[in-house]
Design a binder for this molecule. Structure first.
Ligand SMILES: [Fe+2]
Ligand SMILES: [Fe+2]
Length: 256
């Protein structure tokens, strides 16, 4: 809650913790800011899917309890990232139009996809989020070690993502979602997330270059540095991403 309060009280260019390029370079800052745009709507989708799925479980089961805790954590993340995104909006980025478009797409999807497909998609989003979180948190990872409002928020969020990722995987097992559906939704989620994150990063960079906040050369250099100097991080992310294609391990006991 300290993170939420601090995020709420800091304002752009003011406060002790807020820095425009808080994550070492423009491109690494854009990467996390781009993810943040997706989170309020994305987490709403995951919350509603997990809540509905958990209703099909015995209410005193471990997995039902884990699902309730999962939902409470995601609601806290959602509140924090709404505030985070408001700060981005104050910097001049048109965040709310992106957020509305994502929420609309997910609403449409939820009205058309079966409950099983929605669980598979939610699990896919959660796996990708946990993989990115692990790489963000590792020593020399994608998240700057320099303390700031943003790094504190992301560290808290990433730690909870890694810790609760098993919930949606346990739901896949409990609801007997077939492999083909799990992988089909994973490929769809990976494509959607990659497209949206790159689109938002491009939007940030274009606006910042146009208003002279950063030069095009600086953006290119920081992109090259990300690709060359963060090779281990990118490799770790690829390995974590590919791990989803393995069959799920046997179901943990005491899940129902
Ligand atoms: Fe979250
Ligand atoms: Fe999560």
């Amino acid at each position: 809650m300290d993170i939420l309060r601090q995020q709420a009280t800091d304002s752009v260019g003011e406060g002790t913790g807020f820095k425009p390029f808080w994550n070492e370079t423009p491109i690494k800052t854009y990467l996390f800011d781009a993810f943040s745009i997706l989170l309020p709507a994305g987490e709403q989708f995951v919350i509603s899917v997990v809540e509905s799925a958990a209703l099909r479980l015995p209410q005193t089961s471990t997995l039902a309890n884990d699902s309730r805790r999962f939902v409470a954590e995601e609601r806290a993340h959602q509140r924090a990232h709404r505030l985070y995104n408001q700060q981005l909006e104050k910097q001049g980025f048109e965040i709310s139009q992106y957020e509305l478009a994502i929420a609309k797409d997910l609403d449409t999807l939820q009205s058309k996809w079966s409950p099983a497909a929605q669980v598979a998609l939610a699990a896919a989003f959660e796996h990708i989020t946990a993989v990115v979180s692990q790489v963000a948190l590792r020593n020399g990872g994608l998240l700057s070690a320099e303390p700031s409002t943003q790094t504190r928020l992301w560290r808290w969020h990433c730690q909870e993502e890694v810790a609760h990722q098993h919930v949606t995987t346990d739901l896949l097992r409990a609801l007997k979602i077939p492999y083909w559906q799990r992988i089909g939704c994973y490929l769809a989620a990976s494509t959607l997330l990659t497209f949206d994150v790159l689109r938002h990063m491009r939007g940030f960079a274009r606006l910042d270059v146009a208003r002279g906040r950063v030069s095009a050369t600086q953006v290119r250099r920081s992109t090259a540095r990300l690709l060359l100097h963060d090779g281990t991080n990118l490799l770790a992310m690829s390995v974590g991403w590919a791990g989803y294609f393995l069959p799920l391990k046997a179901r943990i006991p005491n899940c129902q």
